[in-house]
Design a protein around this ligand. Structure first.
Ligand code: DX5
Ligand code: ZN
Length: 210
């Protein structure tokens, strides 16, 4: 499994210390929110740039913003390695996937809890990652929505024939119980915020998920 700590639950007054606490994670998940696609505001490229100077970890950037193409280049220049956009935000997902690949990053496509797998099926051959939201995007610390499990199962079936290298990621409400269920359903990447960072020992929580 790839375990990706979500820095949304980190200490933004001391981000360096938070990142140090999860330094053995290969990926860091970075949640970008615009107060429009989701009812919360978080960080922009300037913060990604700061994180990039501090760590070599893979920066897995989750754009929860209405106009991903408007800001994608800025995030790539700031140091994002992977960029995931929401299918609900764009008219032409294939165009966005191609543009992001041209910028030199790995590309993910994400679906909210209310969006069906069939919405993204035709794009699965072209992406590196699919991100199943298991909470309504916007906030950390919410409860896992079990409906995500059948989507992961469906994607795990599809990927066998369509794109064996596809990474299936799940984001929201991940802990040792829901993480295990997601793994059994076929997930490759567990994104976890509060479970890891709201603990005294984040590295133990990561090891438990691993
Ligand atoms: C929610 C974000 C998540 C969030 C998960 O919109 O996309 O990455 O940080 O937080 P937890 O793990 O606390 O549900
Ligand atoms: Zn996220």
């Amino acid at each position: 499994m790839i375990i990706a700590p979500s820095i949304l639950s980190a200490d933004f007054g001391n981000l360096e210390a938070s990142i140090d606490r999860v330094h053995n994670a290969k990926w860091l998940h970075v949640d970008v929110m615009d107060g429009h696609f989701v009812p919360n505001l978080t960080i922009g490229p300037v913060v990604v740039k700061g994180i990039r100077q501090y760590t070599k970890q893979v920066l897995d950037t989750h754009l929860m913003i209405t106009d991903p193409m408007k800001y994608a280049k800025a995030f790539v220049e700031a140091g994002s390695d992977r960029i995931t956009f929401h299918v609900e935000t764009v008219d032409d997902p294939k165009y966005v996937i191609d543009m992001l690949h041209e910028l030199g990053v790995a590309v993910g496509i994400s679906i909210k809890p209310g969006t069906k797998v069939k919405t993204i099926k035709e794009y699965l051959p072209f992406v590196d990652q699919v991100l199943v939201m298991s909470v309504e995007p916007g906030f950390g610390g919410q409860e896992f929505m079990p409906g995500a499990l059948s989507k992961i199962r469906e994607l795990a079936m599809l990927k066998k024939t369509i794109n064996p290298n596809l990474l299936i990621a799940v984001d929201g409400g991940i802990n040792e119980k829901t993480g295990k269920e997601c793994k059994e359903a076929g997930a490759d990447v567990l994104i976890a915020g509060s479970y890891i960072f709201k603990s005294e020992k984040p590295s133990e929580r990561m090891a438990t998920l691993q």
